[in-house]
Every structure is written in C-alpha cells, then in structure tokens.
Design a protein around this ligand. Sequence first.
Ligand code: EPS
Length: 379
Amino acid sequence: MKLTTAGESHGKALVAIIEGLPAHLKVDTEKINGELALRQSGFGRGARQKIERDQVEILTGVRNNETLGSPMTLCIYNKDFENWSNCMSSGDCDESVMTAKSLTKVRPGHADLTGIIKFQQTDARNILERASARETAIRVAAGGVYKGYLSALGIEIGGYVSEICGVKDGGRYTFNELLRAKTTQTGMLDTQAERLAMDKIAELKKQGDTAGGAVEIRVKGLKSGFGNVMTYAEKLDARLAQGLMSIQAVKGVEIGAGFAVASTSGKDIHDEIFYDEKKGFYRESNRAGGIEGGMSNGEELVLRVAMKPIPTLMQGLRTVDYATKEQTKAASERSDVCAIFALEIIAEAVVAQVLADVISERLGGDTMEEVQERYKKLP
Ligand code: EPS
C-alpha cells in the first residue's frame, strides 16, 4: 500500500491518495470524522481549531461505502483558506498581502531557516505551510481507513498521553482502560496527573511558551511473524520508528522497555518463554514490546513517542531576520501551547498505516475477504 499526502496549512485543501487497498473494505466516514474531531481537541490547542471543523470527503476509490480496489483519494478542505486566498491561491496572489504575511524572522526548531536555504526562498511561508502539523489531519483521515482494514482482522490500536512537560502519568493500564483516554481533556488517565498537566499548560500559555510530551501506543491482536528479520529495511520496529519519526515535532520513539534496556542486565529484561497446550507459546512479561528480531511475536505492541514543544512561541526566541541578517525575536504566528492529545491520535493513525502496509505485503489479496481468510489461517 502506498500513501501520499499533499496540501499546505492555509491552502485550499489537504489530500491523500492510498494505493493498494483491497476491494470490499468497508469505509466508515462517520468514524473517520470522529478521529478528525479528536485530533482537533485536547486542552491547550490554538485558535485555528476554532475555525476548522475537519470533515473528510472521499473523492475516488469508494462506492456505496466500500473500496473498489482502485486508488482512494481523501480530501479535507481548509476553512481558513477563505481568509488566505489572496495569499495562498495557486493562481494570482496579492503581492502586498504576500509581503504582509511573509515570515523571515525564522523560528528556532522549525523548518524555516534550513528550508529557506535549501529551496532558495526568501519567505519561510513557502516552507512552513507544508511543514505545519496541519498535514497530520489528512494522515489521521487515511489512518481511519487503515484502522478499518485492521479491525476487519481483529487488530485494535489504543493509547494514552504519558507525559506533558514533566508531568507524568506512569500508570500501567489494561488495553480496555486506554479507551477512556479519548474522553479526558489531556489524554491522560490519572486524574491527579491530568490536573497538574492542565495547570502546567495554563502556566506555559501565560508565559507565551509551549509544552512537549509523550504518548504510549498499544496494538492488540497482531499475530506473530509480521516484519522481517531477514531484510533490515523490512524489520517491523524499524518501519514503525520510521513512520512515527515522520510525524512533525517527534524526536524519539521507544519500543517496549526502550532506552531503559541500557541500564539493565539480560536476566532482567528478556521475556522468558513458556508453553501451554491451550495457549501455545507465551511470555509472562512484555518488555520487548511485542517485537523480537524485527518481527511481531504475538504479544501486544508497546510504543512510546516523544514530541518536542511546538517551536512557535508567543514570547519569541532569539533568532536572525533572514532578510536583514539582524539579530531579532522569532516570529510568533498563532499556534498551540500543547498538542500532545493530538499526537496520540496521529501516532495511532501512523501505526495503523505501517501495520496495514506490512500485513498487505505479507498476505496480498485482491479482496478484503481474501485478506481475512489468509490472516485467519496464520498460527
Ligand atoms: C495545525 C494548524 C496550524 C497550527 C499547528 C497545527 O494552524 P495555524 O498555523 O493556522 O495556527 O495550529 O501547526 C503548527 C504547530 C506549526 O508549527 O505550523 C493543525 O491543524 O494541527
């Protein structure tokens, strides 16, 4: 399966094309719109989310709510484009508006400066419009399609927010408990941690600052043997890390015990193997996070993803104006104080994309029924 996304933050629309979906996959637009609404929510989001009401429109590849096996095109129109059309239109733009909206006080941590130099631009808007995490809206929409594919095989994805700017929710939750994370204000499950995190976000907002954080993503129902120990590019952990690291502002991915492996010895970290007539092979712990040798081992996948604070700070960090080369304060475009709740939704979508891709490579199938039959036969 191949996913391509396109679109600028204040352009007309965001678009995704998915190639390689089997026929007869049910597409639930309402469910996808539910995921899109979640991506827009969470305590600490910015004013843009008051303008947008992200809704997916399916342009190709689906008839009567079922895929045809042809390329599928998804589209989300940017409502804010109405306010930007004379500056972001693909046709003639108004030069004076373009100048007024241009950004040269490049933001540390953003793609502005490196992008300007690489693409030989004079206005960082030509970079930031694509670099913006607004793009994740269409990835979440595509993720909704992939989640439908996975759920037809009995595979579910859940998660929660485990940290916001130093406030940790370190609970060990069952998969079913994770469902409640989508109903809280921060994505955290521990009410005390949530209260502290909200205080922290409010304080950062007052200071014109932003919050980093981390999420945990879990996958239930994935059978063993997905990914490939024989070819390094096909290792499941490598592919998940690649996908998750491609999310805007993500700086770290851990699988299972992650970086904690560095401070343990072998006897304390490896998951010992047992056998039972009914259960077959099983492990009593899951520090490997469900992946051994780059292949799923049948246990839950456990992934953690860390995101840096959004680089647009209202207080403005020290930088250089690209146009004048004078020392100045960075531009402060409207932005979010905390988007970690959104990160959880986006990370789920990306994990769904990677897994659907890996499964379809192994199982093939022109129709969803074929995929289901082949999956069922696996040990
Ligand atoms: C985002 C929309 C953007 C930003 C944010 C994510 O809207 P605007 O730039 O109009 O406020 O809120 O983008 C960034 C963090 C960024 O650095 O560009 C969204 O829909 O998620």
